[in-house]
Design a protein. Structure first.
Length: 274
């Protein structure tokens, strides 16, 4: 092995270790800080707490309105993700298989959505005009609209890797496009469906901005917004803030770790045409 290749591998490993440190250190500060007292946590270091304060989590759970916020997050995430996946898969099948001009226009429209910035003011005005401001359905529809361009891109690329001969065989047998999609194409979309579902769930679950802007009552707050119960303009209980953040991140982190192999399989499968 040449010296250049060895030096390249060493540099690659150093950069990888540096990136790992940049990512892991804040997480450790947060997790360790969630077990510290209010005085210890202000040091923001990686030292172990003098005594593990499990009572921080009990306090956050009791005083942070966690159960209600958890149910709100669950409802919004589940319905928003289901709506996004179903709509994206059906639209992607039309775009990937149709060669008509309308299909190209629709595909271009969603491609623009990948780079177009999200506008708070116009969205707020639209929800107010339709009477959906402050409602669960309004926030869910906004989430679905935001997540659909990326989801569409994933499904389109994956469907294009599926041989069109399967469609033609089903068409010869008399299958309509809808039947063809649900009975032939959809079962083949499991890898990309798992990948897209995990990413959409993470994006919706962890989002802080939309519930803050579009909900008119703290009773509808999702889990990320519960941090406001322990952090404000005139006070900041960082030990409780960190405990709250751990509670918020734990469900999706566990879900991602469990489905990680599907995420990797979906990304790699969609990148190779068959």
């Amino acid at each position: 092995m040449s010296r250049k290749r060895i030096a390249g591998k060493i540099i690659y490993m150093l950069i990888s270790y540096l990136l790992c440190v940049i990512i892991v250190v804040p997480i450790l500060v947060m997790v360790l800080g969630s077990f510290k007292t209010s005085g210890e946590v202000l040091k923001f270091n990686l030292s172990l707490p003098e005594k593990f304060m499990f009572s921080n989590y009990a306090f956050v759970y009791t005083n942070g309105n966690i159960p209600t916020a958890f149910v709100n997050s669950l409802i919004i995430t589940f319905i928003g993700c289901a709506l996004t996946i179903c709509s994206s898969a059906l639209c992607a099948f039309y775009i990937a298989r149709s060669k008509s001009r309308p299909a190209k226009v629709v595909g271009t429209f969603f491609t623009i959505g990948l780079v177009a910035p999200f506008q708070i003011i116009t969205t707020f005005a639209l929800l107010k005009l339709t009477g959906l401001i402050g409602s669960y359905i309004g926030v869910i529809l906004v989430y679905s609209a935001i997540q659909m361009p990326w989801s569409m891109y994933m499904f389109v690329q994956f469907i294009r890797s599926i041989p069109s001969d399967l469609d033609e065989a089903a068409y010869i047998d008399g299958a309509r496009p809808v039947v063809m999609f649900f009975k032939i194409v959809l079962p083949l979309l499991k890898p990309v469906t798992a990948t897209t579902t995990i990413m959409v769930v993470i994006n919706i679950w962890n989002d802080f901005m939309l519930p803050l802007y579009f909900f008119d009552s703290s009773k509808k707050w999702t889990l990320p917004l519960t941090v406001y119960n322990f952090y404000g303009q005139y006070f900041s209980d960082w030990n409780y803030v960190f405990a709250d953040l751990v509670i918020v991140a734990f469900p999706v982190a566990l879900l991602y770790l469990y489905f990680q192999r599907y995420v990797i399989a979906g990304i790699t499968a969609g990148a190779v045409k068959g």
